[in-house]
Write a protein that binds this ligand. Structure first.
Ligand code: HEM
Length: 507
């Protein structure tokens, strides 16, 4: 009994000490937050919600609402100037639209991608997701090694060899659109172009035929679920704690698992073929296997690392291009004059021919302008961010080390100090003789961490658009919204619903 009351007494004391330590830690954290806020107090920015929370409640509210986060950045950039700050608990985000700072930071390898977003994307709700793959790797050496190995799969020589697949997969879309035109049924263009870009990446990156316009597959849904999960995971820190969200979180985990298990199977099949000395393509899958090092010395972590890149390419290589195509169809539907001009170019360059060649792509100059202008108003991957661990001066404002800089191509693309009459869709801004935008247009990011698939994506987009323009007239279903949905990447909210009509070539 005496021992029992002694133990009880000790436990009581331990509890008191623990509570005391927690209170001290909490007060210490509050003081630290306050110290950080004071350090960056001279930088302009929207008013803080509270002494300790900074802008956290506002940010969480925006993230959960229908308001586009990048629209808020645009509003703040116009109100507070080229450098403004946001306090999120003890973190300081410095958003800048300054072309000089954009150049200095993004073009240099010395600023790592920020830990807030990229470290978090290592996993989704406890399941490994993008891991240390090419998009999320923060350590320069680890990233550089991967990028060097992947580069050959994106060389212009290799990309030329993909024209056959781009043509063939786009042709399947044309067949599908013929069905829509003949049956006079409404088409959801975002869904259809999503099938094409997923088909293309599966074929050219992994050598697998999905043929999604004909076959059913769990992959589009799995990718969609992962992206949705990614948004909640990044934007709502308390999401996981709400029991109501359990079923959805399980779906996200299963979707992650499906992608990684598929990757493991395809990688195994490719490795077996390589070991048998079979002739395998020098595609993205082969390069992914190379990034993991020698077979004999491969560890479980190396295997996981290959899957990180498998998932990275499956996701990065598809969604952004599909969204660009859908936005482009939407804008052409809204601008008959621009459609007329681009049609003339397509008719002049490819006429009635079915296969588009690499050389034809170079001649489709106005179509390139249309695609560039689409990404100015709708940069489907709208921003990027870097950690800055040294003091810096941006546009005359001294910023102490230890902040995260946020760059938004959406914001700069819509500012009238960079683009005259910015909300007007005008492909002539990108006329070959027009002055090049100076570090205020970067839909593929800039510098060493810029998009590896930029040329791949634009070749694919041009082939799809050229065939579409050559053969069909997409009439937008009236009454649909032209709003943007932010799911981490930007996509047209309506899905771009169209009536498809065969083109009359005597028109
Ligand atoms: C319109 C289409 C596309 C857009 C707008 C786009 C945009 C971007 C952006 C903005 C980044 C930087 C991301 C960041 O800083 O967090 C990026 C990185 C990347 N993208 Fe794309 N992308 C597109 C298509 C593609 C395609 C088709 C592929 C592959 C086939 C691809 C592969 C990658 C990879 C591997 C990276 C990471 C590069 C690195 O850090 O070394 N992207 N992309």
């Amino acid at each position: 009994m005496a021992i029992f009351s002694l133990l009880l007494g000790l436990a009581g004391k331990a509890l008191i000490v623990l509570v005391f330590l927690l209170v001290i830690a909490f007060l210490g954290y509050c003081l630290y937050i306050r110290h950080v806020h004071m350090k960056y107090d001279h930088i302009p920015g929207p008013p803080r919600d509270s002494f300790f929370l900074g802008h956290t409640p506002t940010i969480l509210k925006i993230m959960k609402s229908e308001v586009l986060f990048h629209d808020k950045l645009l509003e703040w950039a116009e109100t507070y100037g080229s450098v403004f700050k946001i306090n999120f608990l003890h973190s300081v985000f410095v958003c800048t639209t300054s072309p000089e700072a954009t150049k200095e930071i993004l073009m240099s390898p010395k600023y790592p991608k920020d830990k807030f977003v990229y470290k978090r994307l290592f996993s989704l709700f406890g399941r490994r997701f993008l891991g240390n793959g090419l998009v999320t790797a923060r350590d320069h050496e680890q990233w550089y090694k991967q990028r060097r190995i992947m580069d050959p799969a994106f060389s212009s020589l290799y990309l030329r060899g993909l024209m056959g697949t781009f043509n063939e997969r786009a042709e399947k879309l044309m067949l599908k659109l013929t069905e829509f035109a003949d049956s006079k049924t409404e088409a959801n263009m975002l869904h259809l172009v999503n099938c094409v870009t997923l088909d293309v990446i599966a074929k050219v990156a992994f050598g697998v035929d999905l043929d999604l316009l004909t076959n059913k597959s769990p992959f589009p849904m799995a990718i969609e679920t992962c992206l949705k999960g990614m948004m909640y995971y990044l934007r709502d820190t308390l999401f996981e704690l709400n029991p109501k969200n359990r079923p959805f979180i399980n779906e996200v985990r299963e979707a992650c698992q499906l992608l990684r298990a598929t990757g493991a199977r395809w990688i195994q099949e490719r490795k077996a073929a390589m070991q048998k000395g079979e002739d395998v393509p020098k595609d993205i899958l082969t390069q992914i296997i190379k990034t993991a090092g020698k077979e004999e010395s491969m560890t479980a972590e190396d295997e996981e690392f290959m899957l990180d890149n498998f998932v990275t390419f499956f996701i990065a290589g598809q969604e952004t291009t599909a969204n660009q195509l859908a936005f482009c169809i939407m804008e052409l539907g809204r601008h008959p004059d621009i459609l007329k001009k681009v049609r003339k170019e397509v008719d002049d360059v490819i006429g009635m021919k079915q296969d588009i060649s690499y050389d034809d792509l170079g001649k489709l100059v106005y179509l390139s302008q249309v695609l560039k202008e689409t990404l100015r108003l709708y940069p489907t991957a709208p921003g990027t961010s870097r950690d800055v661990l040294e003091d810096m001066v941006i546009d005359g404002i001294h910023i102490p080390a230890g902040f995260t800089t946020v760059f938004s191509s959406y914001t700069t693309g819509r500012m009238d100090k960079f683009f005259k009459d910015p909300l007007t869709f005008d492909p002539d801004r990108f006329h070959p003789d027009a002055p090049k935008p100076y570090y205020c247009y970067y839909p593929f990011a800039l510098g060493p961490r810029s998009c590896l698939g930029q040329n791949f994506a634009q070749m694919e987009a041009k082939v799809v658009m050229a065939k579409l323009i050559q053969r069909f007239h997409c009439v937008l279903v009236s009454g649909q919204t032209f709003d943007i949905l932010d799911t981490g990447t930007l996509r047209p909210k309506s899905g771009v619903r169209c009536h498809i009509k065969h083109r009359q070539h005597n028109e």
